[in-house]
Design a protein around this ligand. Structure first.
Ligand code: AMP
Length: 398
């Protein structure tokens, strides 16, 4: 590596690129506090906007019709005192090709493209982010960190669907699991809080954001996930149904004349919390509405928590032992009510929350929200996917 210009901070840039958005965060090479972060939205449209947060201040810049390239260039133009040493990219689907993070070269690009049929909305957008960063920083190493990689340790009994085996052999139809970067990060943090080595720690982690998944982690390795071939399987989410009867598509097509693509879109974007409540996909909005007597908002929360607990009970089957249940993500970290309702369904497993610790989100008790009577500890552990990507990037470039 070259010597950095004096007066600059060596850093890594983390990029999470969507089809019309680009989220970024900058971390120092030494230290783990974010230096700058930002989000460019509605790219390609006249309303495109770039927001940058630095030193507690947020600036908003209109960048009409900006491309991903324009947005990243505009952001980098405001980072004059920073000296990037590498770029880490969030990649959604690595299929069976990637069991860990990798330095990106043309072979990696081609392999990610091959996985695009498994994540047609995400992988092509992620690749736009890589191409943009390569254009702007041709001299810097770029690293891909996959949402699926942490789950590549799932055994066959957990990842196979009970359909003809040839679909797995020929088309790689299987369960992959997602949110791996978050589950991995949270498992490392939890091991630290429990005072154990990660490879001696067995957990159920629940990432509950707008998307949601739970993961069984045995001795530091993912052994099952609620998500499957795509991020649609499993838990009830903001707008996604999670598990439904596989015969539902046929039934709806016969009864309503909807096309398969319309049914899939309905299950992905009009279902979940939004679908049941008819009000919102946002847990805060639903909690407020439920307090004010909105019955279907209350019902949506009830279904969300019950289905989560039911999935957690299923995941327990994957473990020999369990050191903790861990909540993370926007809902997992902030909704004492969701945690309490979910824990109430887990009493059979000896789960018992402490009301005060839970109300404070474990912040005064090292993450702990369970009572001293609880047979299994329960914790709230904030996730930080960007930091995990920065760590992985540094690990691979130095
Ligand atoms: P994420 O995708 O991780 O940003 O999480 C988004 C979800 O977290 C949304 O459903 C938010 O309503 C939810 N959330 C954030 N803060 C709270 C809160 N204080 N109480 C309940 N839900 C929250």
């Amino acid at each position: 590596m070259n010597t950095p210009p004096s007066g600059t901070t060596e850093c890594v840039i983390v990029i999470n690129c969507g089809s019309s958005s680009l989220k970024f965060a900058v971390f120092p090479v030494t230290g783990e506090s974010v230096l700058v972060k930002g989000l460019a939205e509605r790219l390609g449209s006249p309303e495109a906007v770039l927001k940058i947060e630095r030193d507690g201040e947020t600036i908003s810049i209109q960048i009409p019709s900006a491309t991903h390239h324009d947005a990243l260039q505009a952001a980098v133009g405001r980072m004059s005192s920073l000296n990037p040493r590498g770029v880490g990219h969030r990649m959604v689907h690595g299929g069976e090709e990637f069991t860990g993070s990798v330095v990106i070269d043309d072979n990696v690009m081609a392999a990610v493209e091959r996985c695009s049929s498994l994540a047609p909305l995400h992988n092509p957008a992620n690749l736009v982010g890589v191409r943009t960063a390569r254009e702007l920083f041709p001299e810097l190493p770029q690293v891909a960190v996959f949402d699926t990689a942490f789950h590549q340790t799932l055994p066959r009994k957990a990842f196979l669907y009970a359909i003809p085996y040839s679909y797995y052999e020929e088309l790689k139809v299987r369960r992959y699991g997602f949110h791996g970067t978050s589950h991995h990060f949270v498992s490392l943090e939890t091991a630290r809080l429990l005072g154990k080595q990660p490879e001696q720690t067995s957990l159920i982690t629940m990432h509950l954001g707008n998307g949601g998944s739970a993961c069984a982690i045995q001795n530091g390795h993912s052994v099952d996930s609620t998500m499957g071939l795509t991020p649609s399987e499993g838990l009830v989410m903001g707008t996604r149904s999670g598990d439904v009867d596989p015969a539902l598509h046929q039934f709806l097509q016969d009864q309503t004349g909807m096309r398969l693509s319309e049914i899939t879109a309905m299950l992905n974007s009009q279902s979940g919390l939004l679908g049941i409540s008819g009000l919102s996909n946002d847990m805060r909005t639903l909690a407020e509405a439920a307090r004010n007597g909105h019955e279907r908002a209350a019902l949506a929360i009830e279904v969300f928590c019950y289905r989560l607990a039911k999935s957690v009970c299923g995941l327990v089957a994957a473990l020999d032992t369990i050191d903790a249940f861990v909540f993370t993500g926007g809902i997992g970290e902030n909704s004492a009510d969701v945690r309490a309702r979910t824990a109430a369904h887990l009493k059979i497993l000896g789960v018992d929350l402490d009301e005060n610790r839970n109300a404070c989100h474990g912040r005064n008790d090292g993450g702990w929200i369970s009572s001293d009577r609880s047979r299994v500890p329960c914790l709230v552990v904030p996730t930080n996917e960007e930091l995990m990507i920065a760590r992985e990037t540094l690990r691979l470039i130095y």
